[in-house]
Design a protein around this ligand. Structure first.
Ligand SMILES: Cc1cc2nc3c(=O)[nH]c(=O)nc-3n(C[C@H](O)[C@H](O)[C@H](O)COP(=O)(O)OP(=O)(O)OC[C@H]3O[C@@H](n4cnc5c(N)ncnc54)[C@H](O)[C@@H]3O)c2cc1C
Length: 408
């Protein structure tokens, strides 16, 4: 069997390892346009913050490929594919054929409308981009961060930790609006503002100022912001430019079934590029998070190697520490105003804690905890395993829970 994996992020790595567990002799090729060993992508913000060195990023060393008898094809991009001939066309002109293919190409930063070609305007998706930011930091006094999603939020807090004056532009009114509700978002915003963040809500960049390097940005309300570094963190889009949409179903991401197989037999997709059934929403969703990429890659790899394994459904979940706030968000948090949902919350302003739970019938489907997040593991497991709530729903709001106390 000839296995080919596009992408050597965590989804690709997890797939390769599970293929090799089940098939010791098939050939495995891993292609990536990044010319480096697999690394921990979420930790690139810690490099920007200065708390870890880039040498701490790799999750596998250079012996990984040899140990698993994998042929790496690094620094090369899949430009297009022919699914009938089962051939990939690479950017260097070479071709690679496959019997079974995994697309684990991750995601690309969502582009912005304003032309962003000046030096010191960065997207923040990979190690290379962050290393370039580090080179620019000594000259950086004021930074502008576009977007308050996970990446924009992490970029802003990393720069604040470095003592840089940061302005963040947020369309939705508060950071992490996909992960948390308005009250939690307000608490996060208050913490960031207390640490010196300037926030502008409801405005966009219409253009950038500067000749040799960026010196400022023009905003949609007619004002200007001066800055000598810009980080664009306006979310991500699945990386599907090379995927033939007439042969492989693509919605926002590549649509996969519960074996992580695409609409084209023999071709699988996993990680940030894949769109799979969300456990809480009961609809297809792209949950672009690390643990989901691990799980999907592993299951895709097993199915590629011939073992029939199903994925139950994907689940959004995140634990983040930002200055003095611990934040846990799991599942579907911002549900529509509909009687089928019950929302319970408790906000203690004195202790600066917040707990908000969302139920659909007797199922917990969403949880947001700020500070006192110790029960997050139990709550996330209840969401993930769709465990019916047999005790009073209010009980789940308590800051201390034991699995035993949930028995009826
Ligand atoms: C700054 C930042 C902070 C984050 N923080 C968190 C967090 O706190 N918690 C969390 O759960 N998740 C976080 N994430 C998201 C997490 O990193 C991703 O969900 C995870 O890395 C996805 O893994 P993947 O293997 O699907 O894709 P990727 O890691 O993106 O790997 C895909 C690889 O494929 C390559 N590729 C793409 N197209 C091609 C092509 N055509 N040819 C060849 N190679 C190609 C890409 O360059 C890349 O190397 C964060 C991400 C970023 C950027």
């Amino acid at each position: 069997m000839n296995y080919v994996i596009i992408g050597n992020g965590i989804a690709g790595v997890s797939a390769a390892e599970s293929i090799r567990e089940l098939d010791g002799s098939g050939s495995i090729f891993m292609i990536s346009d990044e010319p480096v060993v697999p690394y921990c992508r979420p930790m690139i913000s810690l490099v920007l913050e200065g708390v870890i060195s880039p040498s701490k990023l790799p999750i596998r060393d250079s012996g990984f490929y040899e140990a698993l008898n994998i042929t790496p094809v690094l620094g090369n991009r899949v430009a297009r594919m022919d699914v009938d001939a089962k051939i990939l066309f690479l950017s260097d002109g070479k071709t690679l054929s496959y019997d079974t293919l995994l697309i684990a190409s991750g995601a690309d930063p969502r582009p912005i409308k304003a032309p962003a070609s000046l030096p010191n305007i960065f997207f923040m998706r990979n190690q290379h981009q962050v290393l370039k930011m580090l080179e620019a930091l000594p000259q950086t006094r004021r930074a502008l961060v576009l977007g308050g999603g996970l990446v924009g939020f992490k970029a802003a807090s990393s720069l604040l930790h470095r003592g840089i004056d940061v302005t963040m532009l947020i369309r939705s009114g508060y950071p992490l609006s996909l992960q948390v509700d308005e009250i939690a978002g307000g608490m996060i915003l208050a913490e960031l503002t207390r640490r010196g963040l300037n926030v502008r809500v409801g405005v966009e960049v219409t253009g950038f100022k500067g000749t040799d390097t960026v010196t400022g940005a023009f905003l949609s309300d007619g004002t200007e912001v001066s800055c000598n570094l810009v980080i664009v963190g306006k979310g991500v889009l699945p990386s599907v430019s090379f995927v033939p949409r007439d042969r492989i179903q693509v919605d926002l991401g590549i649509v996969v079934d519960d074996h992580l197989q695409t609409s084209c037999p023999g071709i699988f997709a996993a990680g940030d590029v894949a769109e799979f059934m969300d456990i809480t929403r009961k609809t297809r969703w792209v949950n672009a998070i690390w643990p989901e990429a691990v799980a999907q890659g592993r299951i895709a790899g097993m199915n590629m190697a011939g073992r029939c394994v199903s994925h139950k459904g994907s689940l959004s979940r995140n634990v983040i520490r930002i200055f003095d706030l611990d934040i846990l968000a799991a599942g579907w948090v911002n549900v529509p105003d509909d009687p089928r949902f019950t929302v319970l919350s408790e906000h203690n302003r004195r202790l600066n804690t917040y707990r908000r739970l969302v139920f659909e019938g007797d199922r917990l489907i969403g949880a947001t905890l700020i500070n006192q997040i110790e029960t997050g593991g139990i709550l996330t497991a209840m969401i993930q395993n769709e465990i019916p709530v047999r005790v009073s729903k209010r009980k789940l709001l308590e800051p201390h829970l034991s699995p035993k106390s949930l028995m009826f």
